[in-house]
Design a protein. Sequence first.
Length: 113
Amino acid sequence: MTEPHECELTLVRADTMLTRLLGLLGKREMAPRQALWLKPCFAIHTIGMRFSLGVFFIDNQGVVVKAIARLKPNRFVVCWQATSVIETAAFTSEQTDARSLAVMRAIAQSQWS
């Protein structure tokens, strides 16, 4: 079982044209407890990425409406209900519920909601 503190996330905002454009491109990996928050956003791509991502689509209430444990490079995904997207290090499908809760906790604690 995953300990609660192992799922805590630090959200990094991608809220400028440059930070949104660059995103995670050029990185070799994602820090395990760090997450990139794209807002507003309902679609992402992993074209040019070097690693898989964990992806959480968030509605305007801060609730995870779609989670993808391991989105491989060179993919594109859309979630029309989402108003933002949080990208994390990839995880196993068994960890989806715990990671979704950690994402919603991080959003609730954020000043950017």
